[in-house]
Design a protein around this ligand. Structure first.
Ligand code: SF4
Length: 879
């Protein structure tokens, strides 16, 4: 309806994984206001401080409006100055540089760094471009930096990604436990629902399990401060209590679960190369190469102190597991006594051991109490962790042993950071190991299905898993990746140990394309900058953390010559011909049955049988072919001309819709069913939780009362990724005979392991990093909103007051934070927002003035390849 000439249209907030619905006010082709959508089930009319400013992010003074290319004397020059160029010139130079790299080194030397802030059609278009067009799998989103550990945890436990429960459980449970999730700042509207439940339902308890006292502690009944990385030991303590007190729900576990373990000596996911910005990095590398068990690890793993253990790099692959018996699982938990775990994990030196132990016992009691309906939430604290996958798995293990999962008011619920980490990073397949709808690049049937839907020859898709986010950056450094295109991401500020990647980006062999709406920090390191359209300047859909897919229509026109990322990909694809990319290609390290070692075969002959020629462009194959609906695809320029007030049903066919409709075919009948584009865009719908079967959403998966895929037995964990695993025992496979896994979830044994870098005499403080309420990620949008900038213009380094005083520091002083990787300056805060225990410090990463990630370690969980932003060792002194 129109009010004062303002037309209000439904939209979605782009500032966190909560997925709040917005009412977006448009006047004269401009978005003039946003407010919480009262009909949205997620937020019921509320927004947080960021959500209310969705309109203002579109109109910062320095929006990019023209492509900018580094030039000298009218020609591209790596060392030249940025000059405005036409789209024609920008795309021509880009295609030239791409082809130059591709011809010299093949598909593994080109890459796209994508985003959990892509719209679903954009993400799907990127997936097609890289996986089908370029025959590379080097596409990885920034979601790798925030929830890849959750993805692998889901795969390994359930064989299928994403949560079983939904947000309405907040109003159905009695207790919420936060594991590394400062929800008050990271998911503010969800937190307001938690607060509402707590204040209107006297029995509700909140337990905040964290490494420092944060804003969520203000509402929590208990804050349990643990030493960084020891949450895994605390979870093993709870599991031990469940087992030893006879609290296991045997009937549920026997019917629906299997006990398992896998490679336990997995290392730390650091670089195998020897390139160091600072000599001190070598100390850490040494630990990575040679894991010598310290006292705590030795006890936790039932081994000897000082023992050297074999390192196994799983490299992002699910699997490598074997089943164990319940007795073996129980034996594995034996070391995790209250005394051992309390001594290992107590994180606040000022708290008494007795008080800390009482809290651990009460936490176990709370889970075990049959009458207690309980939700566990977690986010970056659990995922950005050198054992992030295992922490995810052990939270599921607690809930599965107690049969408190996938039921109203009971469940283990992994939250996401980005608005479409689920919809656009996970579901669409923009991870380097994935294809749409949970399909895996490494599985032949998955490739065949994708090739069929995409209308491309068999064997077009490269069977070798691509490079994950950090591996793409490391590839720039070791000269194995030379063309990188970043989309909806600011990697040179957002990625850890960034001094390396800043230098690598400027190496003459590398060509870096940054597509963004604003001149971000990453733009400084680009060779070509492409001006991008923002959220309400394009049609889109997002998928939030509760599996809810929501759509919106284009409401405003992008400024100047800014274009959608989708348009850029399509125009780029017009410049690449099949003969450039679909001939025989060299793929170092490819070793897959049915392929010559190191070679991808030519598919040009097969392509010709399908009616293409070597001169056919990727645009024609990927984006302009007649879709399976037999409706022709129009010129993409059409997208930018749509009248913002037109009803979706009145519109013609257009690329976003065509791409979504094709993508939907992957999902139907395989447990991820999506509704059609028009349903999501309909002004009356407020998103639907997949699978959507016969027009109905699914509030709880795996549970027969709600999930149409579960036909009998009450529950079915119907993951399709594993059919059988070998049997063995905790200390090595003894019987490789496979055990079938029909519809069962895995409960894992996962031992505690120390982080690769810990405070020592030289770097004596922990540093944890994260987000704050007022700003989104690297601040490239929210720092341009005057109200948000004024609310929090600086990233502070939070310290314990005593630690600060010992260093001659007080509130407001500028301090240097130095690690093995670099040093930065930040203003000290000792008593606001975050209250750090002695020995720990904390920094946000939103402030371009404070390049926090220059000091952060780039060790990853070696299974998920997600970096650990929460545990670096630093020293802090007066600047
Ligand atoms: Fe909702 Fe998150 Fe947006 Fe805030 S930032 S309005 S909590 S989606």
């Amino acid at each position: 309806a129109a009010e004062n000439g303002i037309v209000w249209t439904k939209g979605v907030c782009r500032f966190c994984g909560t997925g709040c619905g917005l009412s977006v006010g448009v006047k004269d082709g401009r978005v003039v206001a946003t407010k919480g959508d009262p009909d949205a089930p997620v937020n019921r009319g509320l927004n947080c401080i960021k959500g209310y400013f969705n309109a203002k992010i579109l109109y910062g003074k320095d929006r990019l409006t023209k492509p900018l290319l580094r030039k000298t004397n009218g020609k591209y020059d790596k060392n030249g100055k940025f000059e405005a160029v036409s789209w024609e010139e920008a795309l021509d130079v880009m295609a030239d540089k791409f082809l130059q790299t591709y011809k010299a080194k093949g598909p593994t030397a080109v890459a796209i760094l994508g985003s959990g802030q892509y719209t679903i059609p954009e993400a799907y278009a990127a997936s097609k471009l890289v996986k089908a067009g370029w025959r590379s799998n080097n596409l990885d989103p920034n979601a790798r930096l925030c929830m890849a550990s959750a993805v692998v945890g889901f795969y390994q436990v359930f064989g299928i990604d994403e949560p079983a429960n939904n947000y309405s459980d907040i109003e159905k449970c009695n207790t919420m436990v936060l594991w590394g999730n400062n929800m008050a700042e990271a998911h503010p509207v969800l937190w307001s629902r938690v607060a509402d439940r707590k204040l209107t339902h006297a029995a509700t308890k909140i337990i905040n399990v964290t490494t420092y006292k944060n804003m969520s502690s203000n509402l929590a009944d208990t804050t349990i401060i643990f030493k960084p990385n020891t949450d895994l030991a605390i979870l093993n303590y709870i599991l031990r209590e469940i087992v030893n007190r006879g609290a296991v729900e045997q009937d549920f576990v026997n019917k629906h679960c299997i006990f398992a373990t896998g490679n336990v000596d997995i290392g730390y996911g650091m670089r195998p190369t020897d390139k160091f910005a600072f000599p001190a990095e070598k100390d850490v590398q040494k630990k990575q190469n040679e894991i010598v068990l310290d006292k705590w690890e030795a006890i936790a793993q039932g081994r000897k102190e000082g023992q050297v253990v074999k390192q196994v790099q799983q490299g992002g692959k699910a699997g490598g597991h074997w089943s164990i018996t319940f007795e073996e699982f129980k034996k594995g938990l034996e070391p995790y006594t209250l005394d051992f775990v309390a001594e290992l994990s107590k994180g606040d030196p000022d708290e008494s051991m007795e008080d800390f132990k009482k809290k651990l016992v009460a936490l176990a009691d709370t889970y075990i109490d049959k009458a207690n309906d309980i939700l566990s939430f977690w986010c970056m604290g659990a995922n950005q962790h050198q054992r992030g996958v295992w922490v995810n798995e052990q939270i599921y293990a607690v809930h599965l042993l107690l049969a408190k999962h996938a039921r109203p008011g009971n469940g283990a619920f992994s939250l996401t950071g980005q608005p479409s980490a689920c919809g656009s990073a996970r579901e669409v397949g923009t991870f380097c190991h994935r294809l749409p709808s949970d399909l895996l690049v490494a599985a032949k049937p998955a490739r065949v299905k994708s090739e069929k839907i995409w209308g491309i020859p068999e064997k077009t898709i490269n069977p070798k898993v691509g490079r994950a986010f950090m591996e793409i950056l490391r590839g720039m450094e070791d000269d194995s990746v030379n063309f990188v295109w970043t989309q909806v991401v600011n990697p040179f500020q957002a990625a850890p140990n960034s001094n390396h990647w800043l230098k690598a980006a400027r190496h003459p062999n590398n060509f870096i394309v940054v597509a963004d709406a604003y001149p971000t920090y990453s733009c400084r390191y680009a060779d070509l900058i492409l001006p991008a359209a923002m959220i309400f300047e394009k049609w889109g859909l997002y998928g939030n953390a509760e599996r809810r897919t929501q759509g919106w229509q284009q409401m405003a026109t992008p400024p100047g010559e800014a274009r959608t990322d989708l348009w850029m990909m399509m125009e780029f694809a017009k410049r690449i011909k099949l003969k450039d990319v679909w001939g025989e290609q060299s793929v170092p390290g490819l070793k897959v049955e049915g392929y010559e070692d190191g070679k991808l075969p030519s598919v040009l002959d097969e392509a010709q049988k399908m009616g293409y020629t070597p001169e056919t462009t990727l645009y024609e194959v990927l984006y302009a072919r007649k879709s399976n609906t037999n409706v022709a695809w129009p010129d993409p320029a059409f997208v930018c001309k749509i009248n913002s007030t037109a009803a979706p049903s009145k519109l013609n066919w257009f690329p976003e819709k065509a791409l979504f409709s094709e993508y939907r075919q992957f999902t139907l009948g395989d447990g991820h069913d999506l509704a059609d584009f028009d349903t999501y865009l309909n002004s009356k719908t407020r998103g639907l939780m997949w699978p959507v079967v016969n027009g109905k959403e699914t509030p709880y998966r795996f549970n027969q009362d709600f999930d149409p895929y579960v036909k009998e037995g009450g529950y079915a964990f119907y993951g399709k990724l594993f059919k059988a695993i070998p049997t063995g025992n905790l200390w090595g496979i003894t019987d490789p005979k496979p055990v079938p896994l029909p519809n069962k979830a895995k409960i894992f044994y996962r031992p505690y392991a120390a982080p690769v870098e810990q405070p020592d005499a030289n770097y004596d403080l922990w540093l944890c990093t994260g987000r704050i309420l007022e700003h989104w990620h690297t601040g490239s949008m929210t720092m341009r909103v005057p109200e948000l900038y004024r609310a929090q213009p600086n990233a502070f380094v939070y310290m314990n007051p005593d630690d600060a005083a010992k260093r001659g520091l007080k509130n407001g002083d500028v301090a240097t934070v130095e690690s093995r990787r670099g040093k930065i300056n930040a203003i000290v805060q000792t008593n606001q927002r975050n209250f750090m225990p002695k020995g720990s410090s904390w920094l946000a990463f939103f402030d371009e003035k404070v390049q926090t990630n220059q000091v952060v370690i780039d060790a990853t969980d070696p299974i998920s390849e997600e970096p650990d932003f929460k545990k670096s060792a630093v020293k802090i002194y007066k600047a």
